[in-house]
Design a binder for this molecule. Structure first.
Ligand code: SF4
Length: 225
């Protein structure tokens, strides 16, 4: 059976991911780079950087942090499979930064963040989402000036890209098991407020209503060579 034409923007995303998979620009990062489905979606989620499991499996948020993240989304009506097929899953950095000697994963430095910016900006320019969900501090500060998490989570913010895209920003904390922010007050309540705002957003209603077995503008992730 012939596959349906994926559409020019989806094809452009597939091409972008083909280039991304060959990127080895950062000597301190461990690849191969990770990305999600090439999906032209009204929602773009932006994570921080993959961990070792994500690099091994080539799938974003496939381990413990992902379990928490998808539990949050499930609580507002979108299961993991639907989310993966319908929402563009981006990240500030696409390779694993390595371990921090003091514990946890190393935070990518400014040079690495800058080197990887073109990939998520390319996704943003191609898909022009109406809702952007930055997850964790490193992702949040790519879109708004640095502030404390409790000053930005739990609210909706306007975003305007350098090329004139206007979208809503609803930031979330990072769902890492090492984080206590969203398990204690005020983080617990602010997370609930943020999820309620996502739930009420028209772009989320589209994703929730979409049948997971009726993907229209979706291409599966390009298989690794
Ligand atoms: S972190 Fe980004 S820019 Fe650096 S090698 Fe990986 S994909 Fe390339």
């Amino acid at each position: 059976m012939n596959m349906p034409d994926p559409g020019p923007r989806t094809q452009a995303l597939v091409d972008l991911y083909g280039d991304l998979e060959t990127c080895r620009r950062c000597p301190g990062m461990e690849g191969p780079p990770v990305h999600g489905h090439a999906v032209v979606s009204p929602i773009m989620m932006v994570g921080q950087a993959p961990g070792t499991r994500e690099i091994l499996q080539g799938i974003p948020f496939c381990w413990t942090a992902g379990k928490t993240l998808f539990r949050w989304f499930n609580s507002i009506g979108v299961d993991e499979e639907t989310f993966r097929r319908r929402v563009l899953m981006s990240a500030v950095c696409r390779c694993f930064p390595g371990k921090n000697p003091k514990g946890g994963d190393r935070v990518p430095d400014a040079v690495e963040v800058d080197a990887c910016t073109g990939w998520w900006r390319g996704e943003l320019a191609l898909t022009r989402p109406r809702l952007i969900i930055p997850v964790g501090r490193l992702a949040i500060v790519q879109f708004m000036s640095a502030r404390r998490l409790d000053e930005v989570i739990g609210a909706r913010w306007p975003y305007r890209s350098p090329d004139g895209l206007e979208a809503d920003l609803i930031p979330l904390p990072h769902p890492s098991g090492a984080s206590t922010w969203f398990k204690m007050e005020p983080g617990k309540t602010l997370l609930e407020q943020a999820l309620a705002l996502i739930d009420a957003h028209p772009a989320w209603s589209e994703i929730r209503a979409a049948s997971a077995d009726r993907p229209i503008d979706v291409q599966r992730r390009i298989a690794a060579p």
